[in-house]
Design a protein around this ligand. Structure first.
Ligand code: HEC
Length: 204
């Protein structure tokens, strides 16, 4: 495993700006707008010292279909894998890729358990870890599940996620940040799930 420390110069540079940072524990909620998508910065804006997507770690989104069915709920799992993860966090968004609503919220994100919550900004909902969700699994990473309800519009959607593998030193130093992006179109056919009326109709 590669050492994941930070240079003394970086630590000193950070010490000079620490007083300007917010006092509330960020472990419990990264500030909204740091997924790395749509021109946003990612967690490295504060978690400085290491490159993004380095040290053989990664973040991925499981459960996303190749194409989504409008209005359907998908159970997604964000998986962060990085050696030496002591605490961890993430932030995910789903936005329209293009058109008049480019960059606006596409569908809805909701937690499925006590490990995550939603913070809304003006036009985008961000789902992210909370204090319970910052607990990592066995030193190699963490994961968080959520439900994404696909939009009714059928327009193309881009999902961004940024994750942070922390070393549990209660600072933004010596941590590893990973980002990924997926863009999906709606399916041209309707969802396979039958409606109540379909099921009652019986054979033709
Ligand atoms: C505006 C600056 C800032 C941004 C942006 C930021 N953080 Fe942090 N983060 C901090 C600070 C300061 C701490 C240390 C104090 C604390 O734990 O609250 C911290 C600590 C953490 C920790 C605990 C790290 C450790 O080793 O103890 C996690 C996990 C975390 N942040 C996740 C995230 C994620 C995920 C993002 C991006 C989606 C993010 N943060 C973006 C400032 C930031």
């Amino acid at each position: 495993m590669v050492a994941r420390g930070i240079g003394a110069a970086v630590a000193l540079a950070f010490a000079g700006t620490a007083a300007a940072l917010p006092l509330r524990p960020i472990t419990q909620a990264p500030p909204p707008g740091f997924t790395g998508g749509f021109g946003e910065p990612s967690c490295v804006a504060c978690h400085v010292g290491n490159a993004i997507n380095a040290f053989d770690g990664h973040i991925r989104i499981e459960g996303l279909p190749e194409r989504y069915a409008p209005g359907v709920e998908y159970l997604l799992t964000v998986v962060l894998e990085a050696d030496g993860t002591a605490v961890a966090g993430f932030q995910i968004s789903a936005r329209y890729t293009d058109g008049d609503r480019r960059g606006w919220n596409a569908g809805a994100l909701q937690p499925v358990d006590a490990r995550s919550q939603v913070t809304d900004s003006a036009s985008v909902s961000y789902l992210h870890q909370n204090a319970a969700g910052s607990v990592a699994f066995g030193g190699f990473g963490s994961s968080w599940s959520l439900i994404w309800t696909a939009p009714d519009t059928g327009d193309r959607v881009t999902i961004n996620v940024a994750g942070n593998s922390g070393n549990a030193d209660n600072s933004p130093l010596g941590d590893l940040v990973f980002t990924t992006e997926r863009t999906i179109d709606a399916s041209s056919t309707m969802p396979l799930a039958l409606t109540r009326d379909d099921r009652q109709a019986g054979p033709p």
